[in-house]
Design a binder for this molecule. Structure first.
Ligand SMILES: C[S@@+](CC[C@H](N)C(=O)[O-])C[C@H]1O[C@@H](n2cnc3c(N)ncnc32)[C@H](O)[C@@H]1O
Length: 304
């Protein structure tokens, strides 16, 4: 591992050394996990700088009433007035502020220093209140004393985590009894699509890690020249069945599962064409597969 180890990575290793008890697998797994986190933190420190450079004055856009959120997640989230929300892997906070504008008390958590710095700045400039925490998601969800009505995660979140079971148990842990997990995510099958929408991308059943820098997908979506990111990140594939199974195994009760034939905002393949309202769709006549899925799962009310 390079000299750029994060405090998250050190914490993961320190915790494993405490749990070691002669079982070397504990240490091997912790070193692998620490390496992913350190690499991903470096790559996700560059990505928001690239992405935000294409987005113009975002405080002004929010003041004008531009809504960063989409109808699909809003439908699954329901009424947000007075609701406490943990926004898991919130990135640069635009969507978190969209939730806060609807009356939610939002805490956004993210690994990226630059994303959280930008989120705090955007909150300050717009006067839209929200709390932003710079932390690794498993470290935070498994340690915080706070409990929320809603845990929300969206658009490119699960694939950065190797241990999906731990992610879901963390989400369950931060919910109050009766609280709900809401996920709006790119469908895992989309990573199998190639440039021309043929199945020339990644194998749906290959778990990864897939090593590549976090791309400048904002430039790709807006048809601009992508900016470089020299930091390789590690991504992981989780099939839809694995995601649903992890939800159930974490003790959450699945209430809603949806699939959508379009993607919001991100052009996931150059073969997709622009649809209405900031969406990307399959060209007319092409057989479609789902590009996003949405999920709601409840923490049972009778749990302490
Ligand atoms: C594609 S972005 C999510 C977009 C976000 N939902 C939004 O509202 O803009 C993925 C985010 O996951 C974060 N991330 C990746 N691994 C993480 C981890 N282990 N802990 C916390 N955040 C992580 C990245 O820093 C990045 O901001």
């Amino acid at each position: 591992m390079s000299g750029q180890r994060s405090d998250d990575a050190d914490d993961i290793v320190r915790d494993a050394v405490e749990r070691f008890a002669g079982d070397h697998r504990v240490l091997f797994e912790a070193f692998a996990e620490a390496e992913h986190v350190a690499l991903n933190r470096a790559s996700w420190n560059q990505a928001p700088l690239n992405h935000n450079s294409h987005k113009g004055d975002q405080a002004e856009a929010l003041r004008r009433g531009e809504d960063p959120l989409f109808p699909e997640e809003l439908e699954l989230l329901g009424d947000l007035d007075g609701v406490s929300v943990a926004h898991l892997q919130c990135n640069a906070g635009q969507d978190s502020l969209g939730l806060a504008l609807r009356g939610a008390a939002v805490t956004g958590i993210d690994l990226s220093d630059t994303a959280i710095e930008f989120a705090r700045e955007l909150s300050g400039k717009t006067g839209i209140p929200a709390t932003f925490v710079r932390d690794e998601i498993l470290s935070w969800t498994h340690a915080t004393d706070e409990r929320f009505d809603v845990a929300f995660a969206s658009y490119g979140v699960l694939g950065w985590n190797r241990d999906l079971g731990a992610w879901m148990r963390g989400a369950h842990r931060v919910l109050k009894p009766g609280g709900r997990l809401v996920i709006m995510e790119f469908h895992p099958v989309v990573w199998s699509l190639g440039q021309t929408l043929a199945l020339t991308g990644d194998d749906y059943f290959a778990p990864g890690p897939f090593a590549e820098p976090v791309s400048d997908y904002v430039a790709e979506t807006l048809d601009r020249d992508p900016l470089p990111n020299e930091h390789v990140a590690h991504g992981f594939q989780h099939s839809l069945a694995e995601i649903v199974q992890a939800v159930v195994d974490a003790g959450l009760q699945l209430r809603t599962l949806r699939e959508y034939p379009h993607s919001n905002y991100a052009r996931l393949s150059p073969g997709l064409v622009a649809g209405p309202d900031r969406t990307w769709v399959f060209p007319q006549g092409k057989a479609r597969i789902p590009l996003m899925f949405g999920l709601v799962a409840d923490r049972p009310t009778n749990e302490a």
